[in-house]
Design a protein around this ligand. Sequence first.
Ligand code: ADP
Ligand code: ZN
Ligand code: ZN
Length: 803
Amino acid sequence: MEIASVIVDVPTKQTDRAFDYIIPDQWRGTIQPGMRVIVPFGPRHIQGFVVGLNSESNVNKLREIIEPMDLKPVLNEELLELGNWLTEKTLCFKIFAYQVMLPAALKAKYEKKVRLAKRGTAQELPSNLQVFFENDRELDWEQAIKMRIVPPLQREAAKGLLEVVYEVKERVRKKHQRFVRPTTGINELLEAIQTIPSNAEKQKLVLQYFVKHYDEVELKTLTDELNTGRSTIKSLVDKNLLMEFDKEVYRDPYENRTFERTKPLPLTDSQAKAIAPILYSIDQNQHEVFLLYGVTGSGKTEIYLQSIQEVIEKGQEAIVLVPEIALTPQMVHRFKGRFGDNVAVLHSGLSAGEKYDEWRKIQRKEVKVVVGARSAIFAPFENLGIIIIDEEHETSYKQEEMPRYHARDVAIERAKTYNCPVVLGSATPSLESFARAQKKVYQLLTLPSRMNNQDLPSVDVIDMREELREGNRSMFSRKLFELLQDRLAKKQQSVLFLNKRGHSSFVMCRDCGYVVNCPNCDISLTYHRVREQMKCHYCGYESYVPTTCPECNSEYIRYFGTGTQKVEEELGKLLPEARVIRMDVDTTGRKGAHERLLNDFKDGKADILLGTQMIAKGLDFPNITLVGVLSADTMLHLPDFRSSEKTFQLLTQVSGRAGRHQLPGEVVIQTYTPEHYSIELAASQDYDLFYQREMLIRKLRHYPPFYYLALITVSHENLINVVAATEKMVNYVRSQVSDKAVVLGPAASSIPRINNRYRYQCLIKYKREPNLTKTLKTILDQYQKDTKNGLQVSIDVNPVILM
Ligand code: ADP
Ligand code: ZN
Ligand code: ZN
């Protein structure tokens, strides 16, 4: 007997293990590890992943696999193994570890249906129900609800006549197109043309077409070109001269686009010095982690490109990760320009179908390079030669839901398996990575200067308190306003950057200071102008803006905070002649909008580009000579030990947008805390000094990279229960770890209530605690198994966000 071990799509603690199923004879030899299968589970049919095959099982009464969902495994051996590692490292359910590796299109969708328990028994049902089940028809559950016939169906189900089944559906289908081709040789076609009656001119036309282009052609292209209908083709098919067939085609998001091919540039001395150890590691199949540290414009991307070239020439494959926000068309162009069709691209702007098709190009080995956001780290390559992570300090490389993995860790784990290098690139490396490079765990490679030898732009820090004291109440300092006017006159371009995080536009009463909060969560509602609504970003609660203040009845209740829309309005008043392009979540929601707006700006259709985080990266236009940061400190005050680091990184990044080409650039940073070191040092672009200052603080406060962190978050509807449970966990952890570890809590989370559930935390800071994983698992086991108590417990090992 052949038995398959299957991880089932039921994410609970009790089901977080492999279940054994018999492989029915007809599927023997077909079903392999790494395939998705449909299995019975309780009364349902669900999806599962085969993780192993055995000849026996110690469980009696095994059930049978219903059918495979794949013809070949979607997870190879390495990825199956990686799933185990991911489960262990992030303490997640196995099913999540496997699902995260695949495009969403391969995740199962379930459809609930009602059908006869025994075939051909429809006439035993009450007459009004028979019609739905005649000829063994099935009835959609949704349909049954709409028709309000669920109760009678339930009665029949109780009698055993009907049953409810869950069917597993694929989310996305492969895309097919209809093609036509001749079934005979050219001579036969020529002969046929003679015999076709003169009133069938169109048929002749089609045959003449195939005489000229003796090849298959898409049906629609053919009928369009010859201006004929389908019936003409049909008649020729009936005459056995042509045949129609379906052919699978990829949905190519970059279809109809040509990328001008580029050649490797002769490297500068410092580039040559930096790339040498990478090439050596590629050639020797040696695993090594490199930190490529160089300011924006110092030529890092060219190093990536030439390293990949080497890898391709060796017949190997490359993964390039770029933060979602930086996956701009420009970035894609550079890789497609160098490697053409050898590149697959994966990012959130693609439809599920497009992502699936890009993924299949990788799986079928039709490409050698993938450029993508975080989840592209799981690209199913089988002969990896290099993994590159650009802007390695970006927080978006950490996934905030199960599995809570960091792409950098996964990259290093995969690269170890393939004995290949990992290259982490950044102008402002994360403290963790730079510290590792200092300790020689990573090898540091440095690019000291910009390619064009342009000086970095000059940076002015403006104290906004001073502006206010001198009577300037505008959101623009006098300096920034003056420079904006100057650029307008010179017909040069400016970028205005608004740090949106922590700056959500909330609604506040100007008289009494009342802020409209979400009734379910302890957080203010965010104002959305499009529909004049307020929304909670945590639970989805929506409401209209009140016309009077619920506290003091004042009519002066309105939205507050400098959203991009507000800046745009202000610009319209102060600089009416300026053409402004605004880029934020509202203006870039539609597909392709991001690229279109950027292109407009590049083509000089606007003088000022105004936007949030999303414009901080990748912009590389020659005419930008001014960058203004409207409020640099909004992020500094977030309850997050990384807030200084993030502020420094963001300001450095934004400043790097100015003066990348011939024209020199200027940067104005407006702030209420000009004396803060992360703002001062970003202004002088001094990463090394920032690193030293920040490391001192991290050491003092027991934070990474000196300590590792683990965060337990507990939530419950009842405040007393959540505090008591967290307290228990804190005590348990304390009893299990050494006295070198710091265990903090129970403490309220920085968002103390979400969706009516109170949230408490236990934070563990540690250096080496061999026992900790086991301790955390025990906690999860206990609390996740017992769901009746209503507690939710989640654990984030190496959290990036502490909220
Ligand atoms: P980074 O990735 O560090 O921001 P890039 O690789 O984009 O830097 O390089 C900045 C600019 O310099 C780009 O326009 C790039 O084409 C150009 N460049 C890079 N390397 C060379 C080289 N060796 N010779 C000439 N130009 C180069
Ligand atoms: Zn009020
Ligand atoms: Zn809410």
